[in-house]
Design a protein around this ligand. Structure first.
Ligand code: PEP
Length: 252
């Protein structure tokens, strides 16, 4: 399957900094063979429009880091799926562990957002992953399965197949301690063969499952060459032009 390398910029980079990074990326990836991988950047909301303008002649894709599940109305501070579509987004990250932790997002709430994103033809990147305590008490498979089943509940098969999953162990995010390739591969295989195949059968082979959590240029080749790892969701290293492009170029 064609890989996806996605940069989650989180609450970093103002417009000037975003423009600089995009200028560097588009220049560096001028000769890139986009048959090898789809490349996606997810800036903060204030940078979506300027980045969209800069990416008009590029194959780099644009995504958002969140959206609200209502169509429009009195929801101060929120952004709708149609607004994301209008600014050129094709992807939206949903259920990131930072949203679960700091903003109390539940699987049920994330489920509403996934469903709404699908209705706008936005590809949701559904983030799941266990905490350190859950892994140490050997509950990581059960936790990830429950997050997936609840977040995908009520979606039809087509919608499930159009969802990208990101396995992001919470203990690996922003800590500098990535999952080993065997830990990640084991979980990705479980997600595909035990959970998603239970919903869509054989179709699970075509669903994209990204790994996220301290992915950097030193470990990317090994992690991204695992059979069930279809790309990466990258935080810190996506802010550094050199690291992000080395990760992209580590895909053979
Ligand atoms: C993320 O936040 O999605 C992430 C994977 O962050 P980092 O790469 O910094 O661990």
């Amino acid at each position: 399957m064609k890989k996806l390398i996605a940069g989650n910029w989180k609450m970093n980079l103002d417009i000037g900094e975003a423009v600089k990074l995009i200028d560097q990326l588009t220049a560096e990836l001028n000769d890139y063979d986009f048959e090898k991988a789809d490349i996606l950047v997810c800036p903060n909301f204030t940078c979506l429009y300027p980045v969209h303008e800069l990416l008009k002649d590029s194959q780099i894709l644009l995504g958002a880091q969140n959206m609200y599940h209502e169509t429009e109305g009195a929801y101060t501070g929120e952004t709708s799926g149609s607004m994301l579509k209008a600014v050129g987004c094709s992807y939206v990250i949903l259920g990131h562990s930072e949203r679960r932790k700091y903003f109390g997002e539940t699987d049920e709430f994330i489920n509403l957002k996934i469903s709404k994103a699908q209705s706008y033809d936005l590809i949701p990147i559904l983030c799941v992953g266990e905490s350190l305590e859950e892994r140490e008490s050997d509950r990581h498979f059960e936790v990830v399965k429950s997050q997936l089943l609840k977040s995908l509940s009520g979606l039809d098969k087509d919608e499930v197949l159009k969802t990208t999953v990101a396995y992001e162990p919470v203990w690996a995010i922003g800590t500098g301690k990535n999952a080993t390739s065997s830990e990640a591969q084991e979980m990705h295989k479980f997600i595909r063969d035990e959970v998603i195949s239970g919903i869509v059968g054989d179709g699970s082979k075509s669903i994209r499952i990204l790994y996220g959590g301290s992915l950097n240029e030193n470990v990317s080749e090994e992690l991204l060459s695992q059979p069930d790892i279809d790309g990466g969701l990258i935080g810190g290293a996506s802010l550094k032009f050199g690291s992000f492009t080395k990760i992209i170029r580590s895909i053979k």
